[in-house]
Design a protein around this ligand. Structure first.
Ligand code: CDP
Length: 239
């Protein structure tokens, strides 16, 4: 047991707007420290996909009950040092990144019952510490007692450019970058404007503007902060 009282290490919360690089950074930081990575957005995405597959019209999402959510059979299956999202046992890691899910996920994530339903699962995964979790409300609502909270921001066009590069479309033309930036900002507006657990920086979060940083630099910055806050390197241990 360490001084922070969590047997497996500290909790690191990474929040920020769409496409700010939270998930890839969180994954790399987790690998560096030998921690687990929890991508909370992937859960919201999987629920959205399940509802779309079940033909539930988005207008009815606000009325989803706990039982109906249970019956969708959405799970995060522990794998390596993270979680693989499944619906009825099927790995949906690729499909949850589709344009259709992108277009609807913020509407699903604004439903209080959905957030409540997920909360227990998310908190349970952090019970032992040794976790890097990323999302919108990790430092404010899910793990308000996280030892390290970082809020990642970046210029919208830079975020859009990175997203398009990730999709492997080569150096994207400016119109495409602008169109993608518009989509990301649309999602940010819904995420920031909702009543339940809106996207916002925790008062005690360290703000990291990644616009001018390389991926390696932003990972190093967070690993260094984690070490200052008592994050012990467990990367030599088996997961
Ligand atoms: O990767 P990207 O930043 O595009 O999004 P994500 O982290 O996969 O999250 C997808 C969506 O889920 C967000 O736009 C939010 O609407 C929602 N979300 C949330 O409300 N709370 C979280 N803790 C994580 C995600």
């Amino acid at each position: 047991m360490t001084e922070h009282g969590r047997p497996d290490g500290i909790i690191i919360a990474l929040d920020g707007p769409a496409g700010s690089g939270k998930s890839s950074t969180a994954k790399a930081v987790a690998a560096r420290l030998g921690y687990r990575h929890l991508d909370s957005g992937a859960f919201y995405r999987a629920i959205t996909l399940a509802a779309l597959r079940n033909g539930i019209h988005p207008d009815g999402w606000g009325d989803l009950t706990h039982d109906e959510l249970d019956r969708m059979d959405v799970h995060g299956r522990p794998a390596d040092r993270g979680y693989v999202m499944t619906i009825r046992g099927e790995d949906v890691s690729v499909e949850i990144r589709s344009g259709q899910v992108n277009a609807h996920v913020s509407q699903m994530a604004a439903v209080p019952a959905v957030r409540q339903w997920l909360m227990d699962a998310l908190r349970e995964s952090g019970a032992r510490g040794g976790l890097v979790a990323d999302g919108r409300d990790i430092g404010t609502v899910v793990f308000p007692d996280a030892e390290l909270k970082a809020y990642l921001i970046a210029d919208a066009e830079e975020r859009a450019r990175r997203r398009l590069l990730e999709r492997g479309v080569g150096d994207p033309p400016l119109e495409e970058v602008r169109a993608e930036a518009g989509l990301l900002q649309g999602r940010d507006a819904i995420d920031s404007g909702r009543e339940t657990a809106p996207l916002r920086q925790a008062d005690d979060a360290v703000v990291i503007d990644t616009t001018g940083l390389t991926f390696g630099q932003q990972v190093e910055r967070i690993v260094a902060l984690a070490r200052e806050r008592g994050g012990v390197d467990r990367s030599e241990e088996t997961p």
